[in-house]
Design a protein around this ligand. Structure first.
Ligand code: ZN
Length: 237
């Protein structure tokens, strides 16, 4: 058994494109993988509904990953939604605020997610925490930056006195490269699954189907996903 195959990973799995690619990345790498999702009072529960369908489809489509995929966990963090005036948890327009951050920014979200994941991982013996944060083409969320996650990893390892490690395989790549990574990990079946079942749209729209999947087509998350997909398809020739 390789060193990685002997490790257990816990993937922050929201049902979006990025966390689905991260889940595939972890399944290709670690011997045991569990998933955790957070209900923080999102306006649209579409992503959370997509999670279970995605997990079921991954088990059906990829027999070699089926035995590695362990239990899914769902944690309630609804207080986060109560204290956040954001476009993801309230009926607020998606726009930039005076600090230059979009109104979709939920302050402290990833700090809390990883800390909760570590508390769960401590009990489950999963000391690798995997998240889909990306600092290249995202909206500049300060809790998605490599520096933030590196400091958090250190704080968690010290505070729990366990060798926790945070992996963010998408940190340095753009959305086109994320589609490419999906193809490398699971071929066309994984790309098709992400198109069909993962959800990124901030408006929770699953009535409109595009080449790249479902969404309103105009919110920042849809724009990013569409642009990345177009670049991925163009590069494939
Ligand atoms: Zn959208």
């Amino acid at each position: 058994m390789t060193e990685l195959a002997s490790k257990k990973a816990l993937v922050l799995f929201s049902g979006g494109q990025d966390s689905t690619v991260c889940l595939a990345w972890a399944l290709a790498r670690y011997g045991e993988v569990e998933t955790v999702g957070f209900d923080y009072g999102q306006k649209h529960n579409v992503e959370l509904e997509c999670r279970l369908r995605l997990l079921g489809r991954i088990q059906a489509l990829f027999p070699e990953w089926r035995s590695r995929l362990g239990p899914d966990h769902m944690l309630s963090l609804t207080e986060l939604g109560q204290i956040s005036e954001t476009a993801l948890t309230r009926n607020v327009e998606i726009e930039m605020d005076e600090s230059g951050l979009p109104s979709t920014f939920v302050p402290g979200r990833n700090l809390l997610f990883f800390t909760y994941a570590a508390a769960l991982g401590y009990r489950r013996g999963a000391h690798v925490l995997v998240g889909g944060m990306c600092e290249t083409d995202y909206s500049g969320y300060p809790d998605c930056r490599a520096d933030t996650l590196s400091a958090l990893e250190q704080a968690i390892a010290l505070g729990m006195d366990k060798p926790f490690c945070i992996e963010a395989p998408l940190m340095k790549i753009d959305k086109a490269a994320t589609w490419k990574l999906a193809e490398e990990l699971g071929g066309k079946p994984l790309v098709d699954l992400i198109i069909e079942e993962s959800h990124s749209c901030y408006r929770g729209d699953r009535t409109r189907r595009h080449d790249w999947g479902y969404g309103c087509g105009i919110c920042p998350a849809c724009e990013l996903r569409a642009r990345g997909y177009d670049a991925f398809v163009a590069a494939e020739g």
